[in-house]
Design a protein around this ligand. Structure first.
Ligand code: PHE
Length: 471
C-alpha cells in the first residue's frame, strides 16, 4: 500500500508534532480541571488511579489514533473510511470519525466559555482587582463575571475568534506557527509559577496532598472520573490526536511519540498541582473547592502575595494559552473534513465550524445565569455538554479506534506503521488495545455495573487473602 498524501500539508519535523500534540493535550484539563477534581476526590489516591488510566488505557489508544491518522492522512472521518475500504471492512467505520466530530463540537462549545473566564481574569487580576481580597469579595467577583451573559459572550466570542483565525491559516502557516511560539512561553510560565509557589506557599503540604495516597477515598465514582479525565486530558477519542498523526512524517516511531506526549501531559498536570496547591494551602484554604478552585481560591491567594497581581495575571495567561492550543486541535478535525468534503477554502471552513461551536456555546453561557435553573436529569446544559462528551463520547470513540487499529486493520499494515524495530512494544500494544483498553472502557461505560461494589470486593479479598485479615 502506498503512502497517501495529506492535502493539508505535514508538520515540518517530528518535534513540531510533539509540540502540537502536547499543546492539544495540555489545556484546561490539566491546569483547571485536574487540580480541582483531585481536590474533590481526596488527593493522592485519585492521582494514582489517574496515572494507571493514562498508562494502561490512554497510551495504547493514543498509539492507535496516531497509527490510523498517519495511515489515512485525512480528517478522522475520511481516514477511517478509506482505511476501512482498503481492508474490505464496512464503510460504517467512518461513523466513529463522525462521532468524534460531534464530540469535538460539544467540547469546543463549553471549553471556549471557560477559556473566556480565564482571559477575563488576566485583566481583572492584573489590574489589582483581587488585591487584599476576602473569600466573600473573590466569590462575588467570580459570580459577577459568570452571572453576566454579556461579559461571558464577549470573552467566548474573542476566544473562538482567535482559534478560528489560527486554524483558518492552515497546518504550517497557522497551527505550526502558533504552536512554535506559544508552547515555549507556556512551559516557561509554568516553571516560573512552580518556583513562585514553592518559595511563597506551602510546598510540602502540596506534595503530601498530591502524592500520599489514602485508599479509603477510592470508590467506583473516583475511578470513573479518573478514567474520563485521562481521555479528556490526553485529547483522545475525538480525532484531535488522530489528525495530528495525519500530518506526521512516515519515518517517525509512533510509540516513542506517544510516550513523550503522554508523559509531558501528565507532568504538566502534576506541575499545575504543584503551582496551585502550595498557594491555596499557604492561605489555609480548602482544596476541594470545585470548578472555582483557580478562579476563587487561587485568586484570593494571589491577592495577598508579593507581586500577586503580576503573577496572578501570568497564571491566567498560562491557562489561556494552554486552552488556545487545545481549542485549535478541537477545531482542526472538522475544519479538515469540511475542506475535504466541500473543497471550501480553509478560512471559510474554519469560520463556519467555529460559528457552529459558538452557537452551541451560547447555551453554556446561559447555564450560569438565565438558564441556571433549567435542569434536566440532574444536569444543566453546560453539565450535559461536559458529561456527554467527556464521560461518554470520548471513551466510546477511543474504544472503537483501538478495536479498529488492533483487530480490524491487517497486522502487516499496522506493524509497518509501528516500526519493526519494536517487536516487544508492538506485542504489548496489540494486547492492551485488543483486550485491555476496550474491556476497561466497556466496563466503565456500562452504567449498570456497580463499580463501587467491585472495589469493595477487591478490598475484601485482598485483606482476606493477602494480609490474612478477617473481614
Ligand atoms: N486535552 C485538552 C485539555 O486537557 C482538551 C481536549 C480534549 C482537547 C479533547 C482536544 C480534544 O484541556
Amino acid at each position: 500500500m502506498s503512502d497517501k498524501k495529506s492535502v493539508h500539508g505535514l508538520w515540518s519535523s517530528r518535534w513540531v508534532f510533539v509540540l502540537a500534540a502536547t499543546g492539544s493535550a495540555v489545556g484546561l484539563g490539566n491546569i483547571w480541571r485536574f487540580p480541582y477534581i483531585t481536590g474533590e476526590n481526596g488527593g493522592g489516591a485519585f492521582v494514582l488511579v489517574y496515572l494507571a488510566c493514562v498508562v494502561l488505557v490512554g497510551l495504547p489508544i493514543m498509539i492507535a489514533e496516531i497509527i490510523v491518522g498517519r495511515r489515512g492522512r485525512q480528517s478522522p472521518i475520511n481516514s477511517m473510511r478509506s482505511l476501512a475500504a482498503e481492508e474490505g471492512l464496512s464503510r460504517r467505520w467512518a461513523l466513529v470519525g463522525a462521532m468524534g466530530i460531534v464530540a469535538g463540537f460539544l467540547i469546543l462549545s463549553f471549553y471556549s466559555v471557560v477559556a473566556g473566564w480565564s482571559i477575563s481574569y488576566i485583566f481583572s487580576i492584573g489590574a489589582g482587582r483581587f488585591a487584599g481580597a476576602t473569600i466573600e469579595s473573590a466569590e462575588l467577583a467570580f459570580e459577577g463575571l459568570i452571572s453576566s451573559p454579556f461579559h461571558l459572550l464577549f470573552w467566548h466570542t474573542l476566544f473562538l475568534t482567535l482559534t478560528v483565525f489560527v486554524v483558518g491559516r492552515g497546518v504550517q502557516k497557522g497551527l505550526e506557527k502558533a504552536i512554535k511560539i506559544l508552547m515555549p512561553i507556556l512551559f516557561f510560565i509554568l516553571l516560573l509559577m512552580v518556583f513562585y509557589a514553592a518559595f511563597s506557599g506551602d510546598f510540602r503540604g502540596a506534595l503530601q496532598y498530591l502524592f500520599k495516597a489514602d485508599f479509603s477515598k477510592l470508590t467506583g465514582d473516583v475511578i470513573l472520573i479518573a478514567f474520563g479525565q485521562a481521555f479528556f486530558s490526553l485529547s483522545l477519542g475525538m480525532g484531535s490526536i488522530m489528525i495530528y498523526g495525519a500530518y506526521l512524517a512516515k519515518d517517525v516511531s509512533i510509540p516513542k511519540m506517544a510516550l513523550v506526549v503522554g508523559g509531558a501531559d501528565t507532568l504538566v498536570a502534576l506541575l499545575a498541582g504543584l503551582a496551585i496547591f502550595p498557594i491555596v494551602f499557604g492561605f489555609g484554604l480548602a482544596p476541594g473547592q470545585g470548578p472555582g478552585l483557580v478562579f476563587v481560591s487561587l485568586a484570593i491567594s494571589f491577592g495577598h502575595m508579593p507581586w500577586g497581581s503580576f503573577f496572578g495575571a501570568l497564571f491566567f495567561i498560562l491557562l489561556s494559552i494552554a486552552a488556545w492550543t487545545s481549542a485549535i486541535s478541537l477545531l482542526e478535525p472538522v475544519t479538515a473534513w469540511l475542506v475535504e468534503r466541500f473543497k471550501w477554502p480553509r478560512p471559510k471552513a474554519s469560520a463556519i465550524a467555529g460559528g457552529l461551536a459558538w452557537f452551541l456555546g451560547v447555551g453554556s453561557v446561559l447555564s450560569f445565569n438565565e438558564w441556571e435553573d433549567f435542569v434536566v436529569g440532574g444536569r444543566n446544559y453546560f453539565e450535559w455538554m461536559e458529561f456527554s462528551s467527556t464521560t461518554i463520547l470520548l471513551p466510546l470513540g477511543g474504544m472503537f479506534v483501538a478495536i479498529f487499529a488492533s483487530m480490524k486493520l491487517a497486522n502487516r499494515s499496522v506493524q509497518s506503521e509501528f516500526g519493526l524495530e519494536h517487536p516487544m512494544s508492538y506485542r504489548i500494544w496489540k494486547w492492551s488495545s485488543t483486550y485491555f483498553a476496550p474491556v476497561a472502557v466497556a466496563l466503565v461505560l456500562l452504567e449498570g455495573i456497580d463499580l463501587g461494589g467491585v472495589v469493595e470486593y477487591l478490598h475484601k479479598i485482598s485483606a482476606e487473602n493477602i494480609l490474612g485479615l478477617p473481614v
